[in-house]
Design a protein around this ligand. Structure first.
Ligand SMILES: *[C@@H]1O[C@H](CO)[C@@H](O)[C@H](O)[C@H]1NC(C)=O
Ligand SMILES: *[C@@H]1O[C@H](CO)[C@@H](O)[C@H](O)[C@H]1NC(C)=O
Ligand SMILES: *[C@@H]1O[C@H](CO)[C@@H](O)[C@H](O)[C@H]1NC(C)=O
Ligand SMILES: *[C@@H]1O[C@H](CO)[C@@H](O)[C@H](O)[C@H]1NC(C)=O
Ligand SMILES: *[C@@H]1O[C@H](CO)[C@@H](O)[C@H](O)[C@H]1NC(C)=O
Length: 481
């Protein structure tokens, strides 16, 4: 009796195991799951095509100083959403033409011309129009003050934080402006007595062609404030709750194209769009960039190894030759936040790429970094991988800019090297030269690399070109804080 029972028990366990194995590994189980998933996404896309309703998680009644926004998609949002997914005309500007345009910016509209026909040009136009209304009198403004301790931040970090406020402004039908007494990122600018004060409006296109009296005299313990038509929203509480806010209109738009777009992608995409809007440099900056780019007040340097293995100086062409590889080596103070990737890893990754694509790529790279040791290392580096493994040519041609470098955080460098505005523009030049390139080696764990990625994808057509990640996945999952 006992023996029979045991046999039953054994059989039962064996059958159970088989069932479990079937459940987890049978192709049929996978098919069933796929069907369920596609059913899910189908029902989601149904929802998103009947827009104009507010999302379910946003409560109906806003309370005083609440941490949520009741958002309705109005006429301009409906118009925007109708444009999403319609085929746009291909850009009529060549690669070189687009690069040259960035060095010839005269007015804000030039940026719209530059990106006309790019994937997301309607997004930039929408933000531009929100921030540039036909009349300023009846508007609500969101005024942004300096962030606590923001002089420890790099440009990438500041822009990323401003993008949260730009999102709130769009969602609340307000216009974002910088405070003038203590604006965010003032440490990037020298005192110059201009009406823009020390705000980013001095080097970038003004956020808006409206201004508000409330920009002046904001006390330092306030982070942001509405002026004009009031709104019961505690912006900081809202941001603390919704960590990476993307305006609803853009979330709807992306879901229309890709119903299962991930939250990470929404966050990364919005930051790219916001950075591209916030950082449109103005006429003065564009002119200064051009001077630096062509070697006035700063040197553009290049070396190439000849067949005897001796380095010789070469000129840096304008724009950089097609197919140039951008390497941004993030060292500096970043070691406290992420593991630093040695310069060799960048070069090996790029050599592997050129070996895999020998017909389309010469070994030519533009190097940017704040670490002077990386520049010294580069000057002695003809190649890493053995010649037999190399693709098109065996030795590297290196390009770089002779800007002052100190392997520290931004504020130490700004203090050290004199004219803050000029140094900031030299850094912006490093970004612009990086996006003159066509292949990108870097790590998304670094805000500066994310900026390069953001700007190449919104300002230029080079988003379809490869980005080669050299970092550790753990460092960039979630694309930074
Ligand atoms: C691109 O097209 C616009 C109008 O569609 C035109 O005004 C502009 O001159 C064109 N640009 C170039 C470089 O051909
Ligand atoms: C702001 O700029 C936009 C676009 O350039 C223009 O249509 C609008 O009239 C301007 N608004 C004011 C108040 O000047
Ligand atoms: C641009 O430069 C001119 C002349 O140097 C100056 O008057 C003007 O205030 C500058 N504009 C900005 C926005 O800084
Ligand atoms: C580099 O530029 C200088 C100045 O424009 C020119 O004289 C020189 O011939 C150029 N060198 C090469 C290798 O093109
Ligand atoms: C600092 O650089 C800016 C931008 O190039 C320039 O307008 C300004 O005159 C410079 N200031 C000083 C004190 O040299």
């Amino acid at each position: 009796m006992i023996a029979i029972r045991r046999i039953f028990a054994d059989r039962f366990i064996a059958v159970l195991m088989l069932l479990l194995l079937w459940h987890y590994f049978s192709p049929w189980a996978i098919v069933v799951q796929r069907r369920l998933e596609s059913f899910d996404t189908a029902s989601k896309s149904d929802e998103s095509s009947s827009i104009s309703t507010k999302p379910a998680e946003i409560p109906q009644e806003p309370s005083r100083g609440g941490d949520y926004i009741e958002e309705k998609l109005g006429g301009s949002e409906e118009t925007f959403l109708r444009l999403v997914g319609t085929a746009s005309k291909p850009p009529n500007i060549s690669r070189d033409g687009a690069i040259r345009m960035m060095y010839h910016i005269e007015k804000g509209e030039d940026w719209l011309d530059l990106i006309e026909g790019q994937d997301d040009h309607i997004v930039q136009r929408y933000i531009y129009e929100k921030q540039h209304p036909p009349n300023c009198g009846s508007q609500r403004y969101l005024i942004l003050n300096k962030f606590p301790g923001d002089d420890a931040f790099g440009l990438g970090a500041i822009v990323q934080r401003i993008s949260d406020y730009l999102s709130v402004a769009i969602q609340t039908n307000s216009i974002l402006l910088y405070a003038t007494d203590t604006p965010p990122g003032e440490h990037f600018l020298s005192e110059n007595g201009a009406p823009c004060g020390r705000s980013l409006d001095c080097i970038f296109q003004e956020l808006s062609n409206c201004s508000s009296k409330a920009q002046k005299g904001m006390t330092s313990n306030i982070q942001s404030a509405f002026s004009g038509e009031q709104l019961d929203l505690d912006v900081e509480a809202f941001l603390a709750k919704h960590k990476y806010p993307i305006p609803l209109v853009f979330e709807e738009a992306l879901k229309k194209i890709q119903p299962d777009v991930t939250r990470e992608m929404l966050k990364y995409w919005w930051r790219a769009q916001a950075a591209a809007y916030i950082m449109r440099f103005n006429r003065n900056t564009s002119r200064r960039l051009k001077q630096f780019r062509l070697g006035e007040d700063t040197k553009q340097l290049g070396i190439q190894w000849d067949v005897d293995g001796n380095p010789r100086d070469v000129n840096v062409s304008f724009p950089l030759p097609e197919g140039t590889i951008s390497m941004h080596v993030r060292h500096g103070d970043k070691g406290s936040e992420m593991r630093l990737v040695p310069f060799n890893d960048y070069v090996v990754r790029a050599e592997k790429f050129t070996a895999e694509n020998p017909l389309g790529n010469w070994k030519r790279a533009f190097l940017s970094t704040e670490d002077p040791n990386v520049i010294e290392q580069m000057k002695t580096m003809a190649r890493i991988t053995p010649f037999s493994y190399s693709g098109s040519n065996s030795r590297w041609t290196w390009y770089w800019t002779d800007i002052p470098r100190l392997n520290t955080g931004p504020e130490t460098q700004l203090k050290e090297f004199g004219n803050r505005t000029d140094l900031t523009i030299k850094w912006v030049l490093q970004l612009v030269m990086a996006i003159e390139c066509d292949v990108f080696v870097g790590t998304r764990g670094s805000g500066w690399n994310r900026l390069i990625d953001s700007l190449r994808c919104t300002w230029l057509a080079s988003c379809k070109q490869p980005f080669l990640e050299v970092g550790f996945e753990d460092d960039w999952m979630g694309y930074g804080p």
